[in-house]
Design a protein around this ligand. Structure first.
Ligand SMILES: C[S@@+](CC[C@H](N)C(=O)[O-])C[C@H]1O[C@@H](n2cnc3c(N)ncnc32)[C@H](O)[C@@H]1O
Length: 309
């Protein structure tokens, strides 16, 4: 032990209370700092947890809305969605269509999630058709879809017409070939992996909530005279032309639509202006330039809307 010199002892006695106060103060500061450090540690752990859950969320969303298992994702940006809603409003002659476009989005996601296969086309184009068609106020709910693929779009369209209170009957014509038939393009396998069969289309329509007694599913080609004869037994309030996308094919379907469209009917011409299917636009423009009952209403994304006079 070190011997303290005699002259230092009184000074130490004098300083002792001050030293003790300093010690207590240091202790207090250290305890406060420890508490603060512990608090910071907890905040850091909470932030790390939040960050981890945010990093996981996009993947789960990606699985729900991403393009795996189909051709296109269902994740429109706010900006793209706004642009689309504005386009729909302009064609429908309304000040806005944000709510209707949002409802159409829910229909698309729900119908595709419950069904098997996929709806063909980009999200913008599908929403355009689902939202605009009812807003144009078709005169009645007899629907004809030429080219159905898995039947999911038809199921969604029925839902959308119901939003306007339209009583529906659905007629579909499609070859129901195991994979999509498209003259000029060979498709060997669908990205969804599901074959197109009558059972699949009927199941999808059931999943979409379409009542079976309101469905006529006709297997065949729209240009076939026997098909035409069978399906020309009524006038349709909505006709969706989405079968053979060649110029001749679309021209034939438009010509048939002239005969079976009710007054005021809406004709939806899918893939109008889509660079992959130039024949659709060529046929439609040629048709409208000639003598016709159809009047141009407008275009949303890559679909044109016509109204029968
Ligand atoms: C682009 S897909 C239809 C997509 C569907 N409307 C949708 O929105 O998901 C075209 C469908 O039309 C069928 N198709 C091809 N030529 C046809 C024709 N001449 N008549 C009727 N359907 C046809 C194809 O086999 C395919 O099922």
């Amino acid at each position: 032990m070190t011997e303290v010199p005699l002259r230092v002892r009184p000074a130490r006695r004098l300083l002792q209370p001050v030293l003790e106060r300093i010690d207590r103060r240091i202790d207090r500061r250290v305890r406060t700092a420890d508490r603060e450090i512990e608090q910071l540690r907890q905040e850091l752990r909470a932030t790390q947890d939040q960050l981890a859950s945010h990093q996981q969320q996009p993947f789960a969303l990606e699985l729900l809305y991403g393009k795996d298992g189909r051709l296109n994702d269902r994740m429109p940006s706010r900006q793209a969605f706004k642009k689309l809603a504005d386009e729909i409003a302009a064609v429908a002659g309304r000040p806005g269509a944000w709510n209707e476009t949002a409802q159409a989005f829910r229909t698309l996601v729900e119908v595709e999630s419950r069904g098997v296969g996929r709806i063909a086309g980009s999200t913008a184009n599908i929403l355009g058709k689902l939202a605009t068609t009812p807003l144009l106020g078709p005169p009645q709910g007899e629907i004809l879809e030429i080219g159905t693929l898995y039947g999911l779009f038809a199921g969604g369209l029925v839902r959308q017409l119901l939003r306007r209170g339209l009583d529906y009957q659905l007629t579909i014509v499609d070859p129901l070939a195991p994979v999509q038939l498209q003259p000029g393009m060979e498709i060997t396998r669908d990205p969804s992996g599901t074959p197109i069969t009558e059972a699949v289309v009927r199941a999808n329509l059931r999943y979409a909530g379409v009542e079976s007694q309101r469905i006529r599913l006709h297997r065949g080609f729209s240009e076939d005279p026997t098909v035409r004869e069978a399906l020309s037994d009524r006038l349709y309030g909505v006709i969706v032309i989405d079968g053979d996308h060649t110029r001749d094919g679309v021209a034939r379907d438009l010509e048939w639509a002239e005969q079976i469209a009710a007054t005021g009917a809406i004709v939806v011409l899918d893939d109008y202006g889509d660079a992959r299917w130039p024949g659709v636009r060529e046929a439609a423009d040629a048709h409208l330039a000639d003598k016709t009952r159809m009047k141009w209403v407008g275009r949303v994304s890559t679909s044109a809307f016509l109204r029968a006079g």
